[in-house]
Design a binder for this molecule. Structure first.
Ligand code: TXA
Ligand code: MG
Length: 319
């Protein structure tokens, strides 16, 4: 538990058939793989496997959960995950494959794990244009969650050497296809019926978004970038949350961990990766239960426990 992610050997392989086959095998086994997109190198994991996605946070050493972008090979695959409106259709037709991410309502029957959207009921999705990422998407036949492949707080990587400098010993394979084209993360837009909210500026600028949809584009950048935690507060439980609970009190739904069994457990064995993967489902379950209050067992403040405790403190404070 003190070392949830022991060092691994990091291989840098050229973008060819054999390396993509190795990358796909690793992804399907629940590992993360660094792979270039046309914007920056991403750290990809199977978006339908919550523990694999938790592994992204462990590798990056990210102290908090941020919703991640899901990469898919086709518009059709995106529609299995998100609900499209006409403006979203226009944007996909104009810019996919390419460096535009759409934030849309998440389909209730989506196979994507809750940790990917950090518990939100929206999902960020894009069809990338880079042949390496597209090859990996086809070889795995899974949607791939992938944030930029940098250690937390460091700048985004545009070369395999940048990834290696930040994540050596943390990721097993880096697919090297040279420098990325844009070197800047994708534009993020949230299309609705009457406007497009621009959540992050990027390679596709607002004029092109306006032209493709005929709708006004409003800036919502501060909400997405400066205060992701604030944005997530909409999805904090509606009930009081008590942290560090070694046992439940009457009227409480206890979320367990390790020795504290609870009404449901994040991980009976005290595994932080498993706990991170279950966190958002557990909060939703506790919120939907008949109990009027929620209690959560103590989580160690090490490794992924730091991100788990960050999210739990928000859940406890935000109501
Ligand atoms: O170019 C890119 O987009 C790269 C490559 C690898 O595809 N990926 C990337 O991911 O930049 P990341 O995790 O570093 O940035 C994702 C951002 C989050 O910080 C968040 O602001 C936004 O996407 N985001 C994701 N899901 C969201 C949601 N449901 N609502 C609002 N914003 C969301
Ligand atoms: Mg990033």
């Amino acid at each position: 538990m003190e070392t949830p992610n022991p060092p691994v050997q990091t291989i840098v392989g050229p973008f060819d058939e054999a390396v993509i086959a190795d990358a796909a095998r690793r992804i399907l086994a629940g590992e993360c793989v660094a792979v270039p997109t046309e914007t920056v190198y991403g750290l990809a994991a199977d978006a339908t496997n919550g523990e694999a996605v938790a592994g992204i946070y462990a590798a990056k050493g990210r102290p908090s959960f941020n919703p991640l972008i899901v990469h898919v090979p086709t518009l059709e695959a995106a529609k299995a995950i998100a609900t499209f409106n006409p403006a979203a259709e226009d944007l996909a037709a104009a810019f996919w494959p390419g460096p535009l991410t759409l934030v849309l309502p998440r389909r209730p029957d989506s196979p994507v794990a809750a940790i990917v959207a950090a518990g939100l009921d929206t999902i960020a999705v894009r069809v990338p244009a880079h042949p390496a990422m597209l090859s990996l998407l086809r070889a795995t036949n899974r949607p791939l969650a992938a944030p930029s492949a940098n250690a937390s707080g460091r700048i985004s990587p545009t070369r395999a050497a940048h990834v290696l400098a930040g994540l050596s010993g943390k990721v097993g394979l880096i697919v090297d296809a040279g420098p990325t084209g844009h070197g800047l993360e994708s534009t993020i837009a949230a299309p609705t019926a009457d406007e497009i909210r621009l959540l992050r500026p990027g390679p596709i600028d607002r004029e092109r978004i306006e032209a493709a949809t005929g709708l006004p584009v409003s800036d919502n950048v501060s909400d997405a970038i400066e205060a992701p935690g604030q944005m997530m507060s909409h999805y904090a439980p509606a009930k009081p949350v008590r942290l560090g609970a070694s046992q439940g009190e009457p009227g409480e739904w206890l979320i367990g961990f390790g020795n504290v069994a609870g009404d449901a457990t994040l991980s009976a064995s005290g595994d932080l990766i498993e706990a991170a993967a279950r966190l958002f489902d557990a909060l939703h379950e506790a919120n939907a239960s008949a109990a009027s209050r929620i209690a959560v067992a103590p989580i160690p403040e090490t490794g992924l426990g730091i991100a788990i405790n960050d999210r739990l403190r928000r859940a406890a404070a935000d109501r």
